[in-house]
Structures are given as structure tokens and as C-alpha cells.
Design a protein around this ligand. Sequence first.
Ligand code: MN
Length: 258
Amino acid sequence: MEANILMQFAQALAAGTIRVIDLSQPLDAATAIIQLPPEFGKTWPFRMEEISRYDSRGPAWYWNNFSCGEHTGTHFDAPVHWVTGKDYPHNTTDTIPVERFFAPACVINASREVEANADFLLTQEHVEVWEEKYGRIEAGSWVLMRTDWSKQKDAARFLNMKEDGSHVPGPHPDLVPFLAKERDVIGWGSEGVGTDAGQAFRFNPPFPCHTIMHGSNKFGLASLANLDQLPPKGAILVTPPLKIVNGSGSPCRVLALV
Ligand code: MN
């Protein structure tokens, strides 16, 4: 056995004893984007335009232009995204220390509860039951809420928009300060279009995950997939956003090492 830890890592990847799980959704024109009330500005959907494909526009090469919002598809939320996180140093996609894009993950399975209730909110009690079984959430860990919501391939069902707003599961407003302050997590990840629940605009504070997580200099991951392939504890997430200068977030190819 090679003594060097990085060589051991490379060997484990090659041997398949460490597997890499893709936690990202495909990014195309059908990718669901968040719907806000009409008085607010709008994010762009993903759009792709072919420049050339081995043709008169470029005989030997294929490439595309694309456009989208920073918060389109599977993406990373930086602290500067929310007004509560705007004054932290190194709070933008280009300035967050790159070491913070590698962190362990705790995966809390709420798929059964969500099957019965699209508005299910993960509470501190749920997390404490999880901790009794799997151990305390360590400082610097991601907390990922597994809901299997990402299995809804149809954008309308994924957004689940009704007359009174979106109905998508997320964290209970009381859970967020517990995770941010008492567990000192690195951030929160969800399978929904955003990190907060669909009805979170009604909560106190509104959008608690954005308000309190970013207000505590924490990160967010939204539109995650394949959380059912992760162990409750022990996976390492790789989450680098694009190095957008002053970026509030970025589409992200989120990977898990298992
Ligand atoms: Mn976002």
C-alpha cells in the first residue's frame, strides 16, 4: 500500500472502493427555475445556442453559447446571495476559500414523510433522532435533506405551484438556527428548486434557510439529485461554483465521494 494519502485516494478511485456519485440535475432548457411574484426580477432559464457543429460555421469544431441565471439547476448559494450575508469577507463565488468546497455530508432521509406531505418541514426533533442513530453532526458538515423530490422529472410537478404558492419540502424555521449556530454546519442542501421550503415566504423569518444560513456565513445547495445513493454519514461533497466575480451563486456539478 502506497503511504502517500493522495496516492491511496487515486488507487481507491481506480479500484472503485471510493465511488463518485453525481448529485447534479441535467442542465437544459427544461430545467425548472424558481418562480417569484411578478413584482420581482426574474432569473433566466438555461438556454443554449449552437455556434458550429463541424459545418460551414466551424468545419472541425462543435461548441455552444449558453445563458442562464446564477441560481439555475443544481447550484451553489454563496453568503452574499442574501442581504443578511452581504457584509462577510470572502462571501462571493470568486472569493470563498477553495478549501471550503470539500466537506463531509450528513444525509437526513425524509422521503417517507414527504411522500405523504409535500409541505413537510424537517425539524430539530427529526435531526436529534438522526443524531442518536448516526452520531452528532460535526462542525463543517453539509446537512442534506433527502426527499426524493428530484425524482419528479416534470418541471410543473417539481415546482408544485398552486394558487397560494409553491408546495415543496424544506427545513423548519426552528431547525435552521440550530444547524447554523449549535452545529456550525457549512451549509444546507435540498432537492427542491431552492434551499427553503415552497411556503417559506410565510415563515418567521421569511426564507429562514436563506436568512439565517447566509446570515451565519453558510452556504446552500439546491436542486440536488441522487441523495438516495448516499450513506447517512461519511460521504465527502465536492461543490466548487464557477469563479464568477462578485457572483451570488453558480450552477454547480455537485459530486459526492462515497
Ligand atoms: Mn439559490
